[in-house]
Ligand binder design. Structure first.
Ligand code: 1HN
Length: 350
């Protein structure tokens, strides 16, 4: 029997093949030749789609939540930003969680801890605080605040108006790895053991305690916006912006030079008025929060006009450009550190 004859014979009996696949299934076996291309795609195919949330539309929904449920009842009074391509799974990209949290004057969001890492990016209002491992920090718009994995944290507000921040967590990643744990504190608020500003004094000025060791997560608790903004503006005096990223600075863990959070890359960028970035894509999926100015963002084949406080999801490996008509400042976070640590990160400069 020739080789050609064998091949023809196999194709001639599809019913037999279907029976065979059914048998395999019942025996918990599967033919790789059917699934191979899906398992090893020619390039990343994120489920997330490009999408923007207008703060002007989300804010009234948050305030409604404020009338319907207290922060304490809710534990965390948050509206999750659900990517339209990933309904019902609390994901803004394929690996990242994002939500907007509201706290009203005098409220408390009770203390707990979990193995997921969190960031807070303050959107609106001054005077709420978060406490982590015995220290409090006061929130101001544009501040980037860290809750490291497995640290006790609670939030409260001494403000006289609503305070809103964005929560960014590695929830989908931790879920995929099956490494999620949580624990409740025995009281609503944790005991404060260190004065406000303690972490900043020890780690926040380009100095470290003499015997400081490398830590997974940055020991800097709050990277205040006024310092970040000032650094970006000073950069504009001494050189051109990067063609793809504008003036861009990443938040760093001062104990080892790593990203501030081991699973989440965080950065702040400034695009000068009339500047347009060149096309770019990378394997990490990102979330952008516009802090100042306005921005035209083109992600894949969709254009978004963003105002301050709007949020944009940029799926993995999706080409994008930004254009600012006036000076624009924006915060970004992504799963880039995980890609880098596993040798998987790629970028493409268009
Ligand atoms: C969490 O602990 C907070 O502590 C916010 O404020 C959002 C989303 C998923 C899981 C834990 C918080 C969260 C969260």
């Amino acid at each position: 029997m020739s080789q050609a004859h064998v091949a023809t014979a196999h194709h001639a009996e599809p019913g037999k093949l279907d029976d065979y696949y059914q048998t395999l299934k019942s025996e918990n076996l599967g033919p790789l030749w059917v699934s191979l291309k899906g398992l090893v795609p020619s390039e990343p195919r994120p489920k997330a789609v490009p999408h923007a949330w207008e703060y002007a539309k989300v804010r009234p929904r948050l305030l409604q939540a404020g009338e319907l449920i207290t922060a304490e009842e809710a534990e965390r009074r948050v509206l999750v930003l659900e990517n339209p391509g990933l309904p019902g799974v609390s994901q803004i990209t394929d690996t990242i969680y994002a939500g907007l949290q509201l706290i009203l004057p005098g409220e408390v969001a009770p203390a707990h801890r979990h193995s997921q890492s969190a960031l807070r990016f303050v959107i609106e209002g001054t005077g709420a605080f978060t406490a982590v491992d015995g220290e409090r920090t006061t929130m101001h718009p544009g501040d980037f605040i860290i809750t490291p994995a497995w640290t006790w944290h609670d939030h409260g507000s001494a403000a006289d108006a609503p305070v809103v921040w964005m929560d960014g967590l590695d929830v989908p990643l931790v879920r995929f790895l099956g490494t999620g744990f949580r624990e409740e504190y025995h009281d609503n608020a944790q005991i404060i053991t260190r004065p406000e500003g303690d972490s900043d004094a020890r780690f926040g000025s380009g100095l470290l305690p003499l015997d400081a060791c490398s830590t997974h997560t940055s020991p800097i608790f709050n990277y205040p916006y006024d310092r970040t903004r000032d650094a970006l503006h000073r950069l504009t005096r001494s050189g051109d912006p990067d063609p793809r990223h504008g003036y861009a600075l990443r938040y760093v863990n001062p104990t080892n030079g790593d990203w501030a959070i081991p699973t989440i890359a965080t950065s702040m960028r400034l695009l000068p008025a009339s500047f347009s970035t060149k096309p770019y894509r990378s394997t990490d999926g990102a979330v952008l929060v516009l802090v100042e100015g306005n921005l035209t963002a083109r992600v894949g084949d969709i254009a978004f006009e963003l105002d301050a406080k709007d949020v944009l999801a940029i799926p993995a490996w999706t080409e994008h450009t930004f254009e600012a008509s006036e000076d624009a400042v924006f915060f970004m976070y992504s799963d880039r550190p995980v890609h880098e640590k596993l040798g998987l990160w790629r970028e493409q400069k268009g």
